[in-house]
Design a protein around this ligand. Structure first.
Ligand SMILES: Cc1cc2nc3c(=O)[nH]c(=O)nc-3n(C[C@H](O)[C@H](O)[C@H](O)COP(=O)(O)O)c2cc1C
Length: 176
């Protein structure tokens, strides 16, 4: 698929078909995520892929608010996070004012690759920032040094959402 089309077609999808997502497909989108740049190639992004019905039910029931649980029904869930105090840190601590935001920055770059690759493969995603971090850590046994960020639903769209309006370039860009 042409890159521009992938960019334009990627949407946050809130209704997925009852069609399982294979581990091979998840591997493909995660490999795309790994191609993203990162601070000194530190690659601190971490992924916890939930595919089995049993675990999907547990995560939906215990870790997501009801609207996100409902909207991600039928999708696989990929919990995303990053190792804290690594990207953007040196021997003496944070290298600059951003601190752990560099880890979040790198994870965001990876996650956009993941979402775009999913679209190229004919799947769709919903990034969910509203989730219960401690419940996720508990159920998935995620280490303390990992900051959990978004849970990404991955599945086959059952809807054709319209693109929410974007701001004018002039509102967000200043040229010099
Ligand atoms: C960091 C982040 C957190 C988000 N959290 C949620 C969420 O918890 N639930 C939800 O329905 N959408 C969530 N979204 C989706 C946004 O609402 C969506 O990306 C935005 O409205 C633009 O729509 P589009 O993705 O179709 O272009 C989140 C998006 C991002 C980037």
């Amino acid at each position: 698929m042409e890159f521009q089309k992938v960019l334009e077609e990627r949407r946050s999808v809130r209704s997925f078909k009852n069609e399982p997502v294979s581990k091979e497909t998840v591997d493909q989108v995660l490999k795309a995520a790994q191609l993203a740049p990162s601070w000194k190639n530190s690659q601190t992004g971490r992924y916890y892929a939930v595919l089995s019905d049993d675990m999907l039910n547990k995560v939906r029931e215990s870790c997501l608010p009801s609207f996100n649980a409902k909207n991600s029904a039928n999708a696989a869930l990929i919990v995303t996070g990053f190792v804290k105090d690594d990207a953007g840190f040196g021997a003496d601590g944070p290298v600059n004012d951003m601190g752990n935001m560099w880890g979040a920055y790198d994870l965001g770059l990876q996650n956009e690759n993941l979402c775009l690759k999913a679209r190229e493969l004919g799947l769709d995603t919903l990034i969910m920032g509203i989730r219960d971090e401690s419940a996720l850590k508990n159920i998935l046994d995620i280490p303390d040094n990992v900051q959990v960020a978004a849970v990404i639903a991955l599945g086959y769209r059952n809807t054709e959402p319209k693109m929410p309006l974007r701001k004018e370039l002039s509102e967000v860009v200043k040229y010099y």
